[in-house]
Design a protein around this ligand. Structure first.
Ligand SMILES: Cc1cc2nc3c(=O)[nH]c(=O)nc-3n(C[C@H](O)[C@H](O)[C@H](O)COP(=O)(O)OP(=O)(O)OC[C@H]3O[C@@H](n4cnc5c(N)ncnc54)[C@H](O)[C@@H]3O)c2cc1C
Length: 311
């Protein structure tokens, strides 16, 4: 209930104005976001790489309806990839980037899919020059088909372009079967959005069962699975499935969000597993923050307490 209410609130302009104007929101934001600037992002990336982790950087922003804004976000990604390269952080895909289709054009009134596709292609070309990769984030379920079409158009030129499957969607095991081809990078997560029961599972147990089903398809296939979860039970199942499939640690990776279960990230890396941390940065943090609050009531308590104690 609370999760649904929060995700619904995330769409309200009034709620957005209140939360983003409260200076104390910053304390909570700092837990999940590297900072406002690219320099903040690069400093966090350097530290994580030094600690033996991999990184995927996300320039915050989504639901862009202005073509110039979509172009500016694309420019920022191209600049970011260039800076990663200059800093020696992109080689071998150590630090890559994650891109939301609606941040680079998928929500425009005209030529939306074409613009998003062209913009993602620009980012992919820069990433290839820097020796790294791009992963297309998954957003609301209505964006799945256009996102998969964009992936299909770009993969012939950029075979290492990654995508995301969300296990809360009923269609996802089938998507995994279609996507689990040789070399295909697929990130599996539970999904951070709301959807109607005809397309999405409602209970956590069903979402988790679907996650395990998708995991099996990806681990048993010839692709490169990216296991994006903080859930201890699913992390254990992933390790078991990787062993059962005879996979080497280099043939898949775990992924977690910046600021969530950092001790577990370090522990997994010490076992020899590849662990990538998803690091968001930028000033447009509102939608991202609300999704993190919705995932865990304790985060909301932390947020409200910081408002009350300092307000
Ligand atoms: C690398 C990465 C990329 C992602 N990309 C996408 C994407 O493209 N599209 C999309 O829809 N979703 C994405 N997500 C979010 C994902 O869908 C889930 O909403 C999120 O990961 C929480 O689910 P969980 O698997 O960790 O399991 P949960 O059952 O939600 O959590 C398991 C445990 O993890 C910890 N935990 C989880 N969330 C939090 C939190 N917010 N704060 C503190 N502790 C927490 C808690 O200990 C909790 O008990 C991504 C997640 C990761 C890790």
């Amino acid at each position: 209930m609370l999760r649904r209410a929060l995700l619904a609130a995330s769409a309200s302009e009034q709620v957005r104005r209140i939360i983003t104007r409260v200076p104390l929101s910053r304390d909570v934001v700092a837990r999940f976001v590297a900072g406002d600037t690219v320099d903040d992002a690069l400093a966090v990336t350097r530290k994580l790489l030094d600690d033996g982790l991999l990184v995927s950087l996300d320039y915050l922003g989504e639901d862009t309806v202005d073509p110039q804004q979509a172009a500016a976000v694309t420019d920022e990604y191209v600049r970011l990839v260039g800076l990663l390269r200059a800093g020696g952080m992109s080689a071998g895909g150590a630090a890559e980037v994650s891109v939301k289709p609606t941040a680079v054009g998928l929500d425009l009134a005209e030529h939306a899919e074409k613009t998003a596709c062209e913009n993602i292609a620009r980012i992919c070309a820069a990433a290839r020059d820097a020796g790294t990769t791009v992963t297309i984030d998954a957003e609301e379920h209505t964006r799945v088909e256009p996102t998969l079409r964009i992936l299909g158009q770009l993969r012939p030129e950029f075979p290492d372009l990654g995508c995301v499957v969300q296990s809360y969607l009923r269609r996802s095991p089938e998507d995994c079967r279609r996507l689990a081809s040789a070399g295909s990078r697929v990130r599996l997560c539970k999904g951070a959005y709301n959807a109607a029961p005809d397309v999405a599972f409602e209970s956590r147990a069903e979402v988790d069962r679907c996650y395990a089903r998708c995991l099996r398809v990806l681990m048993d296939g010839p692709g490169y699975p990216m296991i994006a979860t903080h859930d201890p039970r699913l992390i254990t199942i992933a390790g078991q499935r990787a062993r059962a499939a005879g996979r080497q640690p280099s043939s898949f990776e775990y992924q977690m969000l910046y600021g969530i279960r950092p001790a577990e990230q370090a522990r997994l890396a010490r076992t020899g597993a590849q662990v990538r941390v998803y690091v968001p940065y930028g000033s447009d943090w509102y939608g991202y923050l609300v999704r993190r609050l919705a995932e865990r009531p304790a985060n909301l308590t932390f947020f409200l307490r910081s408002l009350v104690s300092r307000g």
